[in-house]
Design a protein around this ligand. Structure first.
Ligand SMILES: C[S@@+](CC[C@H](N)C(=O)[O-])C[C@H]1O[C@@H](n2cnc3c(N)ncnc32)[C@H](O)[C@@H]1O
Length: 247
């Protein structure tokens, strides 16, 4: 495969899988909260969480901003004989029609991608309108990300995967703290069998907000605040605190 000829959609799926797909330490908590109810997975990507829950009896709808990720999720669901409706929409303003969910899950810091307190409030309001009475919203927020850059600290190991003979390698280069956000800089490189290389940078901006703050924001919007949960840190990933709110 020549990575330089890949479509933007295909690249989106591959890098998403490489950077998010290997994480699994959060799955027991989502399983516990979802049970076999109606679940909305917000920022579902290619379906790491949605496929896991649907395979265990939950009736999952997958929402994401990026349709190509959801298209891939649909292919994977079909291969597993699962049916997962998808909704390509912005979490801050989605409309799932008459659907009302028992649980709305926001795994893996997706809530921190929404662009600040006002946008988060827009999501929390929209989500509340889609929950059944007594339904739960649970959102994972990264515990403090330690700032580093390659000049001063040994960076974490890269995420790598070989696809059709091409090596894809996503290397964290720096985490920088700003007033309202933390930016995570990665270098995405590919090396083909014949030695041809591509390299491009990617920067992810996460809002700096804690689970306690989200819990307070939710309470201010009419949710009942429930005790926070936590997802342990691993050698590769920081831990998360999970805000849990009841409609
Ligand atoms: C860190 S990934 C998590 C993917 C998946 N939930 C997982 O845990 O593996 C964040 C996901 O949120 C999606 N996303 C980012 N901003 C969004 C928004 N405003 N509305 C809906 N989805 C969004 C991205 O496309 C991406 O798939």
């Amino acid at each position: 495969m020549d990575a330089s000829t890949l479509t933007e959609d295909r690249k989106l799926v591959i890098w998403h899988d490489i950077e998010c797909g290997g994480y699994d330490v959060d799955l027991p908590l989502w399983r516990e909260l979802a049970g076999t109810g109606e679940v909305l997975d917000v920022g579902a990507g290619t379906g790491r969480v949605a496929l896991h829950l649907a395979a265990r009896g939950a009736r999952v709808t997958a929402l994401d901003l990026h349709a190509p990720l959801l298209d891939e999720l649909t292919v994977r669901a079909r291969e597993l004989d699962l049916r997962i409706p998808t909704l390509a929409a912005d979490a801050r303003s989605f409309d799932a029609g008459d659907a009302r969910f028992d649980t709305i899950l926001v795994p893996m810091q997706t809530l921190q991608l929404l662009g600040g307190a006002e946008n988060r409030a827009a999501f929390l309001r929209t989500a509340r309108a889609h929950l059944k009475p007594g339904g739960l919203l649970a959102a994972a927020l990264a515990d403090a990300l330690e700032a580093f850059d390659a000049e001063h600290t040994e960076p974490p190991l890269p995420d790598t995967r070989e696809i059709d003979g091409t090596l894809f390698c996503s290397r964290p280069m720096a985490v920088r703290e700003h007033e309202h956000t933390v930016s995570i800089e990665r270098l995405r490189e590919t090396i083909a069998r014949d030695g041809r290389r591509t390299a491009e940078g990617d920067v992810l901006h996460l809002d700096r907000v804690t689970a306690a703050e989200v819990t307070r924001e939710g309470a201010g919007l009419g949710y009942v605040a429930l005790p926070q949960r936590s997802i342990p840190a691993t050698d590769e990933y920081v831990g998360s605190s999970v805000a849990v709110l009841r409609a």
